[in-house]
Design a binder for this molecule. Structure first.
Ligand code: UGA
Ligand code: MN
Length: 424
């Protein structure tokens, strides 16, 4: 995630999964809070409501005693019977509250997620690898390497086709890869289908629009609905072999990244260049082990990493049916990693112990759609312009109009000419 967008963001609740996560905590905190109130003030007005003031006074005393007793009994019961995790969750202490105590926190996390239940709408799909040669070898020589499932969320805007084209030209060099392109829109875009088919890389093109209630939120959970659909697709295919990687459409990928992530056993991590204030985000490694993280936006995240900074083995992920990515802007990576119960001491640092940068968080400047004003009578085959402009429209790059904006300039010898002169 890019911290610049989320400077002062507090964890918010957004979707049902999140409500699941967040609602449990406030309830538990409430319990804790209530207990303190009682002990410090010695009275309460909320426990019993009685008809008259006298009755209320007497009633309160009568009502308080069993209640206080009950609370004390409950606390004693917790200490004796509940696990350290649960005691911590209830705010009752009784265990090391050190956040380095990962195991217990992670178990707690796992129980806070629900399995995904997304609708997967597939536009087109191909399992055939039509590439003949990759890097320095024929395709056939890559044999049985584990497949990389490269999940790319994408959305319609004028830069979409150029981004996907550029990314495809990187992926063309990567053997044993299945490209999951998940489009944040309602309808399948035929142009994207044709484009993906042309590359010869095995792919699945699906649509999974962001739920309407998030569309105009600021910040919005970008790329989440689509990544969730891709996770659902992986689940539906019962894949237990291969590696998952979330590769946004606008990042820059070094080809060495792919050989590094392919050997992921559980979860691998590596630095991402051009993230936020430090222009870097990634693990701190000592003696070959990840011990902490360098990232300018922590905000309580146990895993302050970018989406492009980790890969997960599908064999490992299959053990966690509650794998999830809640709609919580800024916290997608953290919550996803929590949902699969990652432990810091198990993380595999990649890229020469996280000294190399194999992926860059490049961002393409976005502009609004182009508008070309030209009379429709000139959009026939007397010139190239009809076909050219129709293609741009299909790609979502520019629109054609007969009325809005100024007439498009068509020039010759440095001078604008009337359309009739060139196109009739
Ligand atoms: C950063 C992270 O690198 C993303 O992985 C993370 O999802 C994002 O922050 C976030 O937390 O919002 P950033 O460059 O700021 O990414 O965001 P974008 O590149 O604009 O979007 C991330 C991905 O989601 C892209 O692949 C983009 O095509 C896709 N996206 C974006 C959508 O599918 N729908 C949208 O409305 C916007
Ligand atoms: Mn981006």
């Amino acid at each position: 995630m890019s911290s610049a967008h989320y400077q002062a963001l507090e964890p918010q609740t957004s979707d049902e999964d999140n409500e699941d996560i967040e609602q449990r905590r406030p309830k538990q905190q409430h319990l804790h809070h209530h207990y303190h109130l009682r002990n410090h003030s010695g009275s309460t007005t909320t426990a019993c409501s009685l008809a008259t003031p006298v009755m209320a006074r007497k009633g309160r005393r009568r009502c308080l005693l069993p209640l206080v007793g009950g609370v004390l009994f409950f606390i004693a019961f917790c200490y004796l019977t509940l696990s350290v995790d649960t005691r911590l969750a209830l705010g009752l202490g009784g265990g090391s509250d050190d956040s380095d105590d990962e195991g217990s926190h992670n178990d707690l996390d796992r129980n806070n997620f629900r399995p995904l239940n997304e609708t997967v709408h597939i536009c087109s799909e191909s399992y055939e690898d039509r590439r003949l040669f990759m890097q320095d070898k024929p395709n056939s020589e890559y044999g049985q390497l584990p497949v990389i499932y490269f999940v790319t969320p994408t959305y319609p805007r004028r830069e979409q086709i150029p981004e996907l084209t550029r990314l495809a030209h990187t992926l063309l060099h990567v053997p044993r890869l299945h490209w999951l392109v998940a489009d944040d829109q309602q309808k399948c875009n035929d142009f994207v289908d044709t484009l993906l088919n042309r590359f010869g890389i095995p792919f699945t093109h699906m649509v999974s629009p962001m739920p309407a209630k998030f569309r105009y939120a600021d910040p919005a959970p970008r790329g989440v609905a689509n990544r969730r659909a891709a996770l659902q697709w992986l689940r539906q295919h019962n894949l237990t072999n291969g590696v998952l990687y979330f590769g946004d459409d606008d990042n820059t990928y070094d080809l060495r990244l792919f050989s590094e992530i392919r050997k992921t056993q559980r979860v691998s991590m590596f630095p991402v260049g051009l993230i936020a204030d430090y222009a870097i985000s990634g693990p701190v490694v000592r003696k070959g082990k990840v011990v902490a993280f360098l990232d300018s936006w922590v905000a309580g995240r146990r895993w302050p990493v970018d989406m492009a900074g980790f890969a997960v083995s599908l064999e490992y992920m299959a053990q966690y049916p509650n794998v999830n990515m809640p709609y919580k802007p800024g916290y997608e990576e953290d919550l996803f990693l929590r949902s699969i119960n990652v432990r810091m001491d198990e993380i595999e640092p990649r890229g020469k112990n996280c000294t190399e940068i194999l992926v860059w968080h490049t961002q393409t400047k976005s502009k609004k759609l182009g508008v070309v004003r030209l009379e429709s009578k000139y959009l026939d085959d007397r010139s190239n312009l009809g076909a050219l402009l129709r293609n741009l429209k299909l790609m979502g790059v520019a629109s054609i109009t007969e009325t809005e904006v100024r007439t498009a300039q068509i020039s010759k010898n440095g001078k604008a000419k009337p359309h009739s002169m060139i196109l009739s």
